[in-house]
Design a protein around this ligand. Structure first.
Ligand SMILES: [Zn+2]
Length: 117
């Protein structure tokens, strides 16, 4: 799957119900080092407006291993995103406190289809 898919960073940002996910990083399960963006491939899906799922395949140069990573970002309330990571022991949740994109910025983007930043 690594060769058939694009780096996830070129598929960013992703809008998640009024919030913008700008980067996606995985750590190697062996050495816990962050995987470089260029070595994190995969695809991004949005089954629901408040849920974005990442299916990634990444290569750790240190360990010389290919690992799969599945992570879901679920907006649970206007200020919180639950980050669900699939691990060997099942799903693990962490939480992100967020700021919404101000509505004028969202409105302009919808209207003109450009990024103002
Ligand atoms: Zn590693």
């Amino acid at each position: 799957m690594f060769k058939e898919t694009q780096p996830i960073c070129v598929q960013m940002p992703v809008e998640l119900d009024g919030f913008e996910l700008t980067d996606f990083k995985l750590r190697c399960q062996e050495c816990n080092e962050p995987i470089p963006e260029a070595l994190t491939h995969g695809y991004v899906t949005q089954p629901q407006p408040n849920l974005v799922a990442f299916h990634a395949v990444c290569i750790c140069n240190e360990c010389n291993v290919i690992a799969e990573g599945v992570q879901r970002y679920r907006k649970t309330d206007p200020r919180t995103i639950r980050v669900e990571t699939l691990t060997n022991e099942g799903w693990k949740n962490t939480y992100m406190i967020i700021q919404e994109i101000p509505w004028p910025v969202r409105f302009m983007r919808k209207l003109f289809g450009f990024n103002s930043d």
